[in-house]
Each structure stands twice: as C-alpha cells, then as structure tokens.
Design a protein around this ligand. Sequence first.
Ligand code: UTP
Length: 354
Amino acid sequence: NARGTFAPLSAMELSQIDANRAHLEEVGLQAIREGKVAAVLLAGGQGTRLGFDKPKGMYNIGVTRELYIFECLINNVMEIVKKAGAWIPFYIMTSDKNYDDTTAFLKEKNYFGYNAEYIHFFKQEMAPSVDYNGKLLMEAPDHLSLSPNGNGGWFSSLCRYGYDKQMKEAGVEWLTAFAVDNVLQRINDPAFVGAVIDSGCDCGGMVVRKADPNERVGVLCTEDGKPSIVEYYEMTDDMIHLKDENGNLLYNFGVILNYMFNLDRLTEIKSKRLPLHIVEKKIPYIDGDGNLIKPTTPNGYKFESLILDMIHMMDSCCPFEVEREKAFAPVKNPTGVDSVESARKLLEKNGVTL
Ligand code: UTP
C-alpha cells in the first residue's frame, strides 16, 4: 500500500497526565458509570508463535498456582468495575477455530467473577491462505484452509451480530479494543478514557515511550494530516532520529494494541475497506495423499486486515502515554522477548503472585 506524507503527532505524556490525573479519572469513571464505554477483547488470533494449541487466553501463566491469561485480563477490568461501581459491557471476539474452547472455558471458570450478563461473544470472519507459490491451501479434501482474517475485522464482525445497535440503544458512545495477550492490559483505564473524551478526538491509543530509537514498534503519528501508525520498517533514518527543540525524539511513542474509538465514527467508516496485509504463518494443510500436515515452520501466507489501519480512517487521535513496565507485558513467544518469561517477570514486579 502506498503511504502518504508522515509527520509527528505529539502524545499526552506521563508528566501531563499525572498533573491532571484526578480530573481525567473522574471524567473516565463518570462515562464508565453511565454505561458509555464498552470493551472489546480481540481474542480471535491463533497465537502460532506461542505454540499453545488452545486459545491464548487459556494459557496458564501461573507458577505455583493457576493464573490464566483470561483471568489476568478479567482481574484488571474488575479493578475498574469496582472503582466505577458499574459493570462494563464486555465483548469478546473469537474465531471459528477457538469459539467453542473459549466460551466453554470461561463458562467453566464462571467468567472469573465477571457478571455473565455483561459478556457477549462473537466470531470474526475467516480468510483463505496460500502456499509460497500462491496456491490455495486445503485443510480437507472438501474445504479450504481458512484462518482468522486479522484483528481489523472486529467492528464489522461485531455489527453482523447486531451488537452495534445493541450498544447504541444502551447508550454506549465509546468502544475500547485491545489484545488478549498483554497480561498487564489496562482495560478501560479511567484516565485514558477521560483523556480521549476530554481531547475531543475521534479515537485514542495507548502508547509507550520507545526503549531506543530503533525499537521495532509502530509509531503513532500523522499521515497526510490524519492520524496513522507508521511501521518501524517504513521509517527513514531521518524520521527515526528527528528531535524537537528540547532534544526529545519526535517519533517516540509506540502503539501497544489498546485503542478507544467513538462508536458513531466507527459506524460511519464501517463499509470502508481496510488494506490487506500479507503475513507469513504456519498453516495446516493436506498433502497430495490427503494427510493433514501441521507445519512447525512457516509454510505460506495469510491475509489480514489490522485494527491499526482504522486509526487512519479517523480525523483525530489522542496518543496517551502509559508506563511500559506497568501496562505492557505481551505474551507472544514461549521464551525471550515478549514471552511467557518476560511477562511473568513483569507480573511479579506489579505485585501479582504467580
Ligand atoms: P497477533 O498479531 O499477535 O497474532 O495478534 P496471533 O494470531 O494472535 O499470534 P501469532 O502471530 O500467530 O503468534 C494480536 C492480537 O490480535 C488478535 C489476537 O488474538 C491478539 O489479541 N487477533 C489477531 C484477532 O483477534 N484476530 C486475528 O485474526 C488475528
């Protein structure tokens, strides 16, 4: 996809947030109390890098006790529910592949204490995958190998279930959408909610200060005057090192897959097409003799639309800085960077018993 002209977009930084925290939190809590802010958990991914054959949320990250990823997320949102004294409508996106496991697991665990009346599930759509020669992969003699179509389809899938209308009727004005794999995910953080509402922007995104200029994260900026996310590999050397008069990097805040959107604005862009991204993945397929093969290394491409491209469809966005060590512990891999190991360390640092 051809990109336009990028320019920096200043973030609401921690110092500014801290100076104004009481007010921002009050605005956020008030909106949550009035039922204006729903939450959408994006849990339709396959988590192939983790190599766990169940939905990622079912992964037990505990050491001396059971502590599931879903449980971490629900514990986090429960903190806000308690503060606000109101249940937050909670929508969970799954795919065809993990719907049954996800719904059965959460039911069995009694939704980890969440009020089931406020939980709604929906399925995202699926898309075909191809091998390296562009040939469609088959999963059985009579059907294509299908994979979830990326996290960008969440709003249109939610609308297929009529949930947009349900929300509108219930008075919801804002939706937060976030990844399943960040065990420190601050769901509907009142200061974030308050800041986005106060900013008058169409949407907001939680961001973390880059660890170093070359960190491989997508940076919230503008593109042709509209908010956008520039991928690390799209940035020129000049952009990477560009500084303001105080010596701070101008492309300095990376997204962590926690956004908030205005429901009316989402409805307006609903029928717009999102760009497709090509992703290399391990895709199960049948060989010429009809044997099902589950590859251990990537063997083809999936086509995904991404939620980050929805930011560019909005007119304005409020980047909101959060402290990495308190709000970002993604579980992508078993070990190393963004892994079970690194997430455990961060959970412990935040006082969670494992
Ligand atoms: P990732 O980009 O990490 O993809 O998803 P993934 O499929 O879960 O994992 P890998 O790449 O195969 O290891 C980021 C977030 O978007 C959700 C995931 O569940 C996660 O919360 N997602 C991803 C969806 O909801 N649907 C998708 O089709 C893809």
